[in-house]
Design a protein around this ligand. Structure first.
Ligand SMILES: [Zn+2]
Length: 343
């Protein structure tokens, strides 16, 4: 009896304890003021894919692609050099295994007349939904406004035009030699650089304005969209540009962090700069695609884009392969690290 009673107390005590524990577990989340969040994954790399190495980007090959464009002569829309260069781009992209869209359009020049332009998009693995867009304008300016002589003659545009396009062609060659399962669109934009320095921003970037309203791919929404402009001159400095920071702040940080991780912090400077009218402005505004502009603004004050900008000094002698390497290798890392799930 005594034992039984003792046993009963023990049982009730145990049951009461279990009940208390159960109640505690039920109400415990509501006692805490912290939001209930799932645990963070230990690492962001995709466990179920084979990781790929980031291949080497060749600045020598990029330079040859750049020089070839300059050798055609100034690529001013409506000129024979412009037509020949456009044909060469299409052939090169196809030779490197890309699926090419050539988007022809007409655009009014602010000085009168009409330009026949062509946007050229080289699509790597067009069947894949996850895509990275890397763009650069390829036309060169019709006049040397900022020069002291021959102001009415067109410029070579070795940096302003051919450098970005040269990097894009070398990226195409790199992808062809180092297959990876991610879609990449290499977009050569036409008629960017024929605008009015004293006029409306809409007089610039006519090819991207056309494309933003006539996108080559239905429902296009790239994972990253990046613009390269003036990415080859020896004094290049890439600051975090204002519109890019506004529309795609996280992408800006990822690109600059990637460049620094590769040892290119000298060129990719961890400082903010103001907004610049460039193709990314219209692509963000009209196509609603947040795009980051990697554009060299080495100087403060009167000549922000460098002393060669819109002068006849923008020729092959201003090009530095180290700058092509910094930008091209950073873009290569963005592509392959995104595939790896590391970016
Ligand atoms: Zn320009």
């Amino acid at each position: 009896m005594q034992n039984k009673t003792k046993h009963s107390y023990k049982t009730y005590g145990l049951l009461a304890l279990l009940l208390l524990v159960a109640v505690f577990y039920v109400i415990q989340p509501y006692l805490s003021k912290k939001p209930i969040v799932p645990p963070t994954p230990v690492q962001s790399l995709k466990p179920n894919i084979t990781q790929v190495l980031v291949p080497e980007f060749s600045p020598d090959s990029a330079f040859l692609f750049l020089k070839k464009q300059v050798d055609f002569g100034p690529r001013v829309p409506n000129s024979p050099a412009h037509k020949k260069c456009a044909e060469w781009f299409g052939k090169e992209f196809k030779r490197l295994g890309l699926t090419v869209v050539e988007q022809k359009f007409q655009a009014a020049h602010y000085k009168g007349g009409t330009f026949s332009g062509v946007n050229i998009i080289g699509q790597y693995k067009p069947e894949l939904a996850k895509r990275i867009l890397i763009a650069a304008h390829w036309d060169s300016r019709f006049q040397a406004d900022k020069d002291t002589k021959d102001q009415n003659k067109p410029i070579d545009g070795a940096d302003d035009g051919a450098s970005g396009a040269g990097v894009l062609l070398e990226l195409a060659r790199t992808l062809a030699g180092n297959p990876v399962d991610i879609g990449v669109d290499l977009f050569l934009i036409d008629v960017e650089d024929q605008g009015d320095d004293d006029g409306e921003s809409e007089t610039w970037c006519l090819g991207s304005q056309y494309w933003a309203k006539n996108i080559h791919r239905p429902g296009y929404s790239p994972y990253y969209a990046i613009l390269l402009d003036m990415v080859g001159a020896k004094d290049a400095r890439f600051y975090k540009e204002g519109i890019s920071r506004e529309v795609a702040p996280q992408t800006v940080e990822k690109i600059w962090d990637t460049a620094v991780s590769l040892g290119y912090g000298e060129y990719f400077v961890n400082q903010d700069r103001g907004g610049i009218t460039d193709d990314h402005l219209f692509i963000a505004r009209d196509a609603k695609i947040p795009m980051v502009d990697i554009i060299s603004t080495p100087n403060d004050g009167q000549h922000p884009f460098g002393n060669h900008h819109h002068t006849h000094a923008d020729n092959l002698s201003v090009i530095d392969k180290n700058v092509l390497k910094a930008v091209g290798q950073t873009m290569t890392a963005v592509i392959y690290r995104t595939y790896n799930g590391a970016l």
